[in-house]
Design a protein around this ligand. Structure first.
Ligand code: ADP
Length: 191
């Protein structure tokens, strides 16, 4: 099965993706993680994307599509979980093409519904917890960047809800429930 977890920043996509990796041997493809890794390791691409990411804006379609393309060629295990990708209509079209090229298709798009106040609260908490644990908060987990991340989501990513609904692929679940309940809703969609 190949699935997309769709939802605004802080919706819990990463948490649920990790659970599916454990329970179903799926492969999590998080463009956010890949971009952060590039940033940390100081690659040319990492340097290009650093400021854009820290501000909370989207990096170019070309870069993230390239990252995903590289990952689709290897072992597919229990299938792919796209986490944080696609984030634009152009990325969604590219994903359909890339999957077709490797003889795969999309089985489900799961929209995790949450409200903005909860998102802000979750992200502010995530930043505080990271600092309390002796680490550092993500550079984009601050109020200014968060506002931009939310705006980017509503402007560029939320149109994907209609796009996948029209294709008959969309299932929407309540992302405000407990982590176990959200996991159960996802498992139900996957059948
Ligand atoms: P979150 O969902 O918490 O906002 P992510 O870890 O998915 O965070 O992404 C962090 C940042 O990485 C985004 O704000 C954006 O700058 C960049 N990014 C990640 N995925 C994409 C994508 N598919 N397209 C464009 N930019 C992306």
């Amino acid at each position: 099965m190949n699935i997309i977890l769709l939802g605004p920043p802080g919706a819990g996509k990463g948490t649920q993706a990790s659970r599916l990796v454990e329970s179903r041997d799926m492969i999590q493809l998080s463009t956010g993680d890949m971009l952060r890794a590039a940033k940390t390791s100081g690659t040319e691409m990492g340097k290009i994307v650093a400021d854009v990411m820290d501000r909370g804006e989207l990096v170019t379609d070309e870069i993230v599509i390239g990252l995903i393309r590289e990952q689709l060629e290897g072992d597919k295990k229990g299938g792919f979980i796209f986490d944080g990708f696609p984030r634009t209509l152009a990325q969604a079209d590219a994903l359909a093409e890339l999957l077709a090229e490797v003889g795969e298709k999309l089985d489900a798009v799961i929209e995790m519904q949450v409200d903005d106040e909860v998102l802000v609260h979750r992200i502010v908490n995530r930043a505080k917890e990271a600092v309390a644990a002796g680490g550092t908060a993500r550079a984009d987990d601050n109020e200014d960047s968060l506002r931009i991340r939310l705006m980017e989501y509503y402007k560029k990513t939320s149109p994907l809800i209609g796009y996948y609904h029209a294709k008959g692929d969309l299932s929407s679940i309540d992302g405000l429930a407990s982590m176990d309940e959200v996991e159960a809703s996802i498992v139900k969609v996957l059948g």
